[in-house]
Design a protein around this ligand. Structure first.
Ligand SMILES: [Zn+2]
Length: 297
């Protein structure tokens, strides 16, 4: 287990790849856990040994909240923007693009596939934190930075005295930035990425895969990572200019590998992600047709 001062990094299975993530355990005078996507048996052991005082959820996505249910008696906070979202599965379906792409029927289908534990995990969240306020957990100071883009309410826990930040889903993976829910936003994503680079921090901990970056490494990784947004723009615009319609464009695999698009949820996010690029490129989707909304003649 890696440790930076009182912060212990708790890994998820398989290098904390989705559907898991990395959790942070603040082992100070107060015991605080950030996100619960790490290995469930490790989390249970921690709880037995230390008994958490508080759980902080950076955002509502299942790969970061899935094991909240292992802490039935612990207070659980989420950001103020997403507190309402976690109060019902329908709201999650709306923020995730499921309602936008498939309507009520799609939402009903999706609901049948969700594990009960995750529903319990979401509904057990019972409080909110404030953005940009300094919290003191005994001997550890922490600020929850509002870093929207991945989701509207996404927060990055920052430890100013330690020069450490948990960047969560600003994860620097080869997949690239994920802003594919209806509550995701490309411009916000880029702005939040810049904000993270401007922090007075030397240690950047991501939520998935590689994990710990120095500032220099994170800066260089961020530049490649954000460049993927422009590459997606280029591919999409080339196809639209060649006359491709929306159904075809969303079946060739811009975000996800083509063969995985048979999974409804991935197809949902492929479609909603492409819509965001189309909008920023000046196009609008009408039925299956893609039209320019900037008059060219
Ligand atoms: Zn997420």
């Amino acid at each position: 287990m890696k440790q930076i001062g009182p912060i212990k990094i708790i890994e998820g299975p398989n290098y904390s790849k989705v559907p898991y993530s990395r959790s942070l355990f603040i082992d100070g005078a107060e015991k605080v856990l950030i996100d619960t996507g790490a290995d469930p048996s490790t989390l249970s052991n921690l709880e037995q040994k230390h008994s958490m005082n508080l759980i902080i959820n950076t955002h509502y996505h299942p790969d970061h909240t899935c094991h909240n249910y292992l802490f039935p008696n612990t207070e659980k906070w989420i950001n103020p923007i997403e507190f309402e979202t976690v109060s019902s599965i329908e709201s999650v379906a709306k923020e995730n693009g499921i309602f936008q792409e498939w309507g009520k029927e799609g939402v009903d289908q999706w609901k049948k596939t969700i594990p009960d534990e995750w529903i319990t995990s979401l509904l057990s969240i019972n409080g909110t934190y404030e953005y940009d306020k300094q919290y003191n957990f005994g001997d550890v100071n922490m600020i929850l930075l509002h870093t929207p883009g991945h989701t509207k309410g996404f927060a990055c826990p920052y430890f100013p005295d330690l020069g450490v930040v948990y960047t969560g889903d600003y994860d620097m993976t080869a997949f690239g930035p994920w802003y594919n829910g209806t509550d995701g936003d490309i411009e916000d994503f880029v702005r939040s990425g810049q904000r993270l680079l401007n922090l007075d921090a030397d240690v950047y901990i991501t939520g998935h895969q590689k994990g710990v970056f120095t500032k220099t490494e994170f800066k260089s990784a961020m530049s490649d990572y954000l460049a993927i947004i422009d590459q997606r723009d280029d591919i999409i615009s080339k196809h639209v200019q060649s006359g491709m319609d929306f159904e075809k464009l969303s079946s060739i695999g811009i975000f996800y590998p083509k063969k995985t698009l048979e999974h409804t949820l991935l197809r949902t996010w492929e479609r909603s992600g492409i819509r965001k690029h189309l909008e920023r490129l000046g196009y609008i989707v009408k039925g299956t047709e893609i039209k320019s909304y900037v008059r060219t003649k």
